[in-house]
Write a protein that binds this ligand. Structure first.
Ligand SMILES: *Cc1c(COP(=O)(O)O)cnc(C)c1O
Length: 469
């Protein structure tokens, strides 16, 4: 990206499934490959912008190019039979309703709601009203999903919130009430961090984002000492921070948060070092940090995209060079096209360790590989032998019960396991230390009620639909 291109303030141009034929670079594909793409994108969300297509993908390297794998539908994302069925419908050019009905059948078979997100984490008012658009799983941090931030500048092919974008969840998380959040926080002094997430909150105009953030700067909310914004915009649309019409206003909003005495963290989702190559991407980081934001970086480890120590080494080095802070390496969640993207935990640990060993302590602020699972965030902290038994050393970084945090536990080594559910306790034990509590929470529909003695209470909304993993 040249400096002049930045000066010209590029306009965000979004491309959807219906625009596939207008992407000149795709003409390189065979007719068969184009049918694959139409088949897969009928089932899984597809949305890309022209900057990603023109600046981030190396079209001489497709289909192996990591950003192409990250953003364009791949045939391996569907099971063979599903792909064949969808291809047939595409070739026969069946009516839209028929295509959508077939797609929905496949979507419902892809674990659309992982990790008990729907029912286990949604907080309630005292009268039992669920607060849609919020999650409060860990005591210190409330997640907020602003209603107008529920899309992205480009979709990631492995997105764990994919169900929202194909309409299964009907924006179940979205919240349009800026004041509801402040009211909730007024009654929850245990919360010290609010995390805006999505979709991508940075798709919102600054004026809209301001309506959500400014009420949190009130003096009676001084227990909320950090505000975080989870976003992929620094990678997919860096102009949000440089040349968009309201980019400067956004930085002023960051400065306001800082001036109120609070920490402002941009939780930037960078998947691959290529995303940080363009001048615009580097300028975006410099502008955010100049406005007093701390840019913390996190991403899942994804096969075909960043499953090499070299990719992570270069990613973390570049982040540190730009003044950003490596934060989490996640394990891909057990949803959607998981089979295509998953990396076994043992391999993930090896990639992490290789990369971690080769960077300086300044980049070792990163933690991983970490699973956001039902009991909490579980770190694969080691693989070792204990008296002849090969085990995973696991550590709870965040827990549904705060007492669990920083606890070490052990699982039998299993080279094929890709998620916590695949693991068995080591040393002949019958369960993990959290299993009884989690089972009870599931059985009795217990929800966390932070700020009380027990911080757990019986669910008042017995909706019947509880999605645990
Ligand atoms: C990761 C996560 C957080 C934030 O955890 P930190 O370790 O403080 O970054 C909060 N809520 C949920 C549900 C999360 O998954």
């Amino acid at each position: 990206m040249t400096t002049s291109a930045i000066a010209q303030a590029p306009r965000l141009e979004i491309l959807l499934r219906k625009d596939l034929d207008t992407i000149p670079q795709l003409q390189k594909l065979s007719a068969d490959q184009r049918i694959d793409m139409r088949a897969v994108s009928a089932v899984l969300p597809f949305r890309v912008n022209r900057y990603v297509v023109d600046e981030l993908i190396d079209w001489d390297r497709i289909p192996d190019d990591p950003i192409y794998q990250l953003t364009f539908p791949q045939p391996g994302m569907l099971a063979d039979a599903d792909l064949a069925h969808m291809r047939d419908l595409v070739v026969r050019n069946v009516p839209k309703a028929e295509l959508e009905a077939a797609a929905r059948q496949i979507q419902l078979g892809m674990n659309p709601h992982p990790a008990g997100q729907m029912e286990l984490n949604v907080p309630h008012l005292d009268d039992g009203t669920p607060l849609q658009g919020m999650q409060h799983k860990y005591r210190e941090t409330t997640l907020f999903f602003p209603g107008s931030g529920q899309t992205c500048h480009t979709y990631c092919t492995y997105c764990f919130r994919w169900a929202q974008f194909v309409g299964i969840d009907e924006l179940k998380f979205a919240n349009n009430q800026a004041t509801g959040l402040a009211d909730y926080l007024r009654n929850h002094k245990e919360v010290n961090s609010v995390l805006f997430t999505g979709g991508d909150p940075m798709v919102m105009k600054t004026s809209v984002l301001r309506r959500y953030i400014e009420p949190l700067l009130a003096p009676d909310l001084d227990h909320v000492n950090s505000i975080r914004i989870g976003t992929k915009a620094p990678a997919y649309w860096p102009f949000r921070f440089t040349s968009d019409a309201d980019a400067d206003d956004l930085l002023r909003l960051f400065e306001e948060v800082r001036a109120s005495g609070r920490h402002l963290a941009v939780m930037a989702h960078y998947s691959h070092p290529h995303e940080l190559e363009p001048d615009a991407a580097q300028l975006a980081v410099r502008r955010m940090t100049s406005a007093g934001a701390v840019v913390r970086c996190q991403a899942p480890l994804i096969r075909h995209v960043n499953d090499s120590a070299d990719a992570w080494r270069r990613l973390w080095r570049r982040q540190v060079l730009l003044g950003a802070v490596p934060y989490y390496m996640f394990v891909e969640r057990d949803t959607g096209p998981k089979g295509y993207f998953e990396v076994p935990l043992a391999r993930a640990f090896e990639i992490f360790t290789d990369a971690y060993r080769s960077v300086s302590g300044l980049a070792r602020t990163v933690r991983g590989p970490s699973m956001s699972a039902t009991p909490g965030k579980v770190l694969v902290d080691g693989i070792t032998d204990v008296r002849g038994e090969k085990v995973f050393v696991l550590k709870m970084l965040q827990g549904r019960d705060p007492e669990w945090v920083n606890q070490i536990f052990f699982a039998k080594y299993d080279p094929k396991a890709t998620w916590l559910d695949d693991l068995q306790p080591a040393f002949g034990e019958s369960e993990f230390f959290f299993d009884t509590t989690i089972a009870k929470m599931k059985q009795e529909h217990l929800l966390p009620e932070w700020g009380t003695e027990t911080h757990i209470k019986k669910s008042v909304t017995d909706s019947g639909f509880v999605d645990w993993e």
